[in-house]
Ligand binder design. Structure first.
Ligand SMILES: [Zn+2]
Length: 270
């Protein structure tokens, strides 16, 4: 039980720190900046010391203001850090209960499969969060990180024992599904970035799990789009970027996809 609590707390802070990093990365990609320069206040440009740059804690201690110029810091920093922390902590809880407790955790931790899956989880977590925020703000600045990520997770997947057929099937389906729509609609239905997101998701989850990712994203996207239309927050012409739905859907399928797929096959009587 103690191990579970330690795991939950540390994964919460890891998630918050990664979210904070992703937030910074998204802004720097958008501005065409690299990581040479240290974190700085977007208002007064003053470099931020590590102590004033701790996720959640610093925001709380400085009451949401810059330590140097005292201008308010945008709330979405705090929101994304909290979301990141909660997502990783809940993933830890899910894995813990799926494994069935501490004894099984130690057994699993001795296998390379466990660590390969963990690395894949973190890569996916970072990239999907990057897609979520940047797609939400400006769209399609994440092509290179997704392509590099797709190659890395493909390698990790092969090491973890996934078949190359599953990998190639996932990549082809994920990429072509969106490329075809992009081509048919001349870019009106979706952005070019969705093609690369499809490639990455296919490489990360493989065939057949790429199917439920796309399916869930479209269904949830349609429902939310309809609700926004009804409550008048959105007009018929305006579109929500697809990546905002594909990213969380990909994370859900990474966590639950295998058991959902088994249940589906069982239901079909296979
Ligand atoms: Zn400042």
């Amino acid at each position: 039980m103690t191990l579970l609590i330690i795991g939950l707390i540390s994964s919460f802070f890891l998630g918050a720190a990664l979210a904070s990093f992703v937030h910074c990365w998204a802004h720097r990609l958008y501005n065409g900046e690299g990581f040479k320069r240290r974190s700085y206040c977007p208002n007064c440009q003053h470099p931020i010391s590590w102590f004033n740059n701790l996720p959640i804690f610093s925001y709380w201690r400085l009451k949401g203001h810059c330590a140097y110029c005292h201008q308010p810091i945008a709330k979405d920093y705090l929101i994304s850090e909290l979301i990141g922390g909660l997502l990783l902590a809940s993933a830890t809880a899910i894995v813990w209960f799926n494994l069935g407790g501490e004894a099984n955790f130690w057994l699993a931790a001795r296998t390379s499969h466990f660590w390969l899956t963990l690395i894949q989880a973190l890569i996916g977590f970072i990239l999907l969060m990057l897609v979520f925020w940047s797609d939400y703000w400006w769209m399609s600045i994440f092509v290179n990180p997704l392509l590099i990520g797709a190659v890395i997770v493909a390698g990790l997947n092969l090491l973890a024992g996934r078949t190359w057929q599953s990998l190639v099937g996932g990549i082809l389906f994920g990429g072509l599904f969106f490329a075809l729509q992009f081509w048919l609609s001349k870019g009106r239905w979706l952005g070019e970035g969705d093609i690369y997101l499809g490639l990455f998701l296919g490489s990360w989850l493989g065939w057949p799990l790429i199917i439920p990712v796309i399916f869930i994203a479209y269904v949830v996207g349609a429902i939310i789009g309809l609700v926004l239309l009804v409550v008048g927050l959105k007009r018929r012409q305006s579109q929500l970027p697809l990546g905002v739905f594909l990213a969380p859907s990909g994370w859900l399928v990474f966590l639950f996809g295998q058991s959902w797929w088994q249940a589906y096959l069982h239901w079909l009587g296979w």
